[in-house]
Design a protein around this ligand. Structure first.
Ligand code: ARG
Length: 591
């Protein structure tokens, strides 16, 4: 918004000087780190200096002189320091902006830039028969936040959970179940040992993902002594792929119970999907897909009888699409899934929110897509780093296993309950537990989103729940404080005419920050990042806190000024809420 205005202004001057007119992206208008230097600064003189064969300082001086001549009301003054062109916004403009913002506060930051475009965002994608772990939290909340952000920009968003529900591992699991399923102890009966029976429908207690993990682990333990189990696993998978009734039934059972557990976790996390279609959905098409690629001479027989697509032209290792034994692969299923998505949904963009470690897989997929002319959508691998424990090592239990996500969530809720118990003594038990859950989930999500997605996250319970630090509870708390001021003021919709009373730097600092909101949201989508939006909201909270802690609002006896300040508070609260909701974090009126 304001950046566009400044860009246009600069472009006009370039034209009037008969100077080379730079493309809009080339004209960078930045906010300096120190707001005393300028509200916005442009480095354009450095771009022009070479072409004009003049030192940047001189170019900047001419620009400043010319801008000063036409100076629009938005700008208070413009000056140059070291070749930069520095702009200062006028108070009059800032007051007017607040008045506009206040009126449009509910839709502020929304745009229609993505209108008419579909985007598929694939995230979470847990593997069935395995518990979700902390890494899944990162893809889940990152994908959800990006989906919210794109939706806010007018895109038609399709949220896709691409379950990992097919592959050779199910052959191993079926083998393990057939061999040892009847030895799984039922936890229901305490010390008396009862056993599950193989028949899915007649077991004595619901089978859990935990049981399946146990079976899977046992398979690998036994494999060391009985290498022949490997063959059996392959055979069971081949039978499953060929449609064997019993194996199919077992697989369906494993899938169903896994989905049920996942749904429970998503409900707690307040995460939704439009489509749950996983790898198994594409299994039927794989044989004909591979045959077709062979016929078109895109795929060939590689070493030892496997089928591959050569990717030499992309400097990538060949894509393996069928094993020598005929089994399909992860990549084959991804090719089929891509084809299906492009045909059926015709998206403009397709985002895969998947960890860094799968970079090669996606490079191969995207390269194969080029060879196959699957090019109607812009494909992006939205990579992210690891989530590490406080010791900067992989988060795991004492036995070295990854901690199930459900335990992480439970711990966050317990810790938040302790804090809420101390902080909010005069609330009912029900209110307290709702607050604790909202605080805990918000804290977990913000912890995932505030870091640049390419960086690893060092997970820290204390900082994550610190009501005074860069955390969701701090932002939620700020919102609740603002709401409480508004509630006490008993003011509903105000006339926003009286803003001349706003004269303090602290007030203008907030308004300037509010003006950056739409650009921040647009940047988030452009770079598929959330850390900039998180930082924006943190800074907004800091400014708001500094304001109401030092400037009288409710107690102000200058009534027009009191009202003007309330307008500022209400607008700030509203944008804080919108921003947090984009991150998938709920606000609270009371903490
Ligand atoms: N289920 C896979 C895993 O846990 C991630 C799936 C990523 N998405 C994809 N289209 N390959 O490793």
């Amino acid at each position: 918004m304001i950046r566009d205005l400044l860009k246009n202004l600069v472009t006009e001057i370039l034209k009037s000087q008969n100077w080379p007119v730079l493309k809009s992206e080339k004209i960078q208008i930045e906010k300096p780190d120190n707001p005393n230097f300028a509200d916005y600064a442009a480095n354009i003189a450095f771009h022009l200096a070479k072409q004009l064969k003049k030192p940047p300082q001189e170019v900047a001086q001419i620009l400043v002189k010319e801008i000063d001549k036409v100076k629009p009301t938005e700008i208070e003054r413009v000056e140059t320091v070291d070749g930069y062109v520095n702009f200062f916004l006028s108070n009059e403009f800032l007051r007017q902006s607040l008045s506009d913002l206040y009126k449009n506060r509910k839709s502020y930051g929304k745009s229609s830039s993505g209108k008419g475009q579909k985007i598929i965002i694939e995230y979470s994608q847990p593997n069935i028969a395995k518990q979700m772990h902390i890494g899944h939290l990162r893809t889940t909340v990152l994908g959800d936040a990006l989906a919210n952000i794109y939706k806010n920009l007018g895109y038609k968003v399709i949220r896709w959970n691409y379950l990992g529900d097919w592959g050779t591992q199910f052959g191993k699991l079926i083998t393990a179940y057939k061999l040892w399923g009847n030895q799984l102890k039922t936890q229901l009966s305490g010390s008396t040992t009862k056993y599950l029976v193989v028949e899915p429908l007649s077991c004595e207690r619901p089978l859990t993902i935990g049981d399946l993990t146990e079976l899977y682990v046992k398979f690998h333990q036994e494999l060391k002594e009985h290498p022949e189990l490997d063959r059996r696993g392959q055979e069971e998978f081949a039978k499953l792929e060929a449609g064997d009734k019993e194996n199919r039934k077992l697989w369906e059972w494993f899938r169903k119970l896994s989905v049920k557990e996942f749904e429970r976790i998503y409900k707690t996390l307040v995460i939704n999907f439009d489509i749950w279609l996983g790898e198994s959905h594409f299994e039927k098409e794989l044989k004909s897909l591979v045959a077709d690629l062979r016929k078109r001479e895109i795929a060939e027989i590689g070493e030892e009888g496997a089928i591959i697509i050569k990717l030499d032209q992309f400097n990538l290792p060949p894509a393996l699409i069928q094993k020598a034994d005929g089994a399909s692969l992860y990549l084959t299923r991804d090719i089929a899934a891509l084809q299906y998505r492009l045909d059926k949904y015709k998206p403009a963009k397709l985002l895969y929110v998947v960890g860094n470690e799968q970079s090669l897989h996606f490079e191969q997929l995207f390269a194969a897509a080029k060879i196959l002319d699957l090019n109607t959508a812009e494909l992006s691998h939205i990579k992210y780093g690891l989530v590490l424990g406080e010791d900067k090592k992989k988060m795991s239990t004492r036995e070295g296993e990854t901690i199930p996500l459900e335990e992480v969530i439970q711990k966050a809720v317990n810790l938040a309950s302790d804090i809420v118990e101390k902080k909010s003594q005069n609330l009912s038990e029900k209110e307290k537990s709702q607050i604790a859950e909202t605080v805990a989930i918000g804290a977990l999500k913000y912890e995932m989103l505030k870091e640049h997605r390419n960086s690893d996250i060092v997970f820290g319970w204390e900082k994550m729940l610190d009501f005074t630090g860069n955390s969701a509870p701090y932002l939620q708390y700020t919102f609740a404080r603002l709401q409480s001021i508004l509630a006490k003021s008993k003011i509903k919709n105000q006339k926003s005419k009286l803003l001349e009373e706003l004269k303090e730097n602290k007030e203008f600092a907030i308004i300037k920050h509010l003006l950056d909101y739409p650009d921040t949201v647009a940047d988030s989508a452009r770079n598929n990042l959330t850390n900039n939006l998180a930082l924006y909201l943190y800074e907004l909270s800091n400014l708001a806190n500094q304001f109401y802690e030092t400037v009288p609002i409710l107690k102000d006896d200058n009534i027009p000024r009191r009202n003007a300040r309330l307008i500022l508070i209400q607008t700030t609260a509203s944008i804080l809420k919108s921003g947090l909701e984009l991150l998938g974090i709920n606000v609270l009126n009371k903490i």
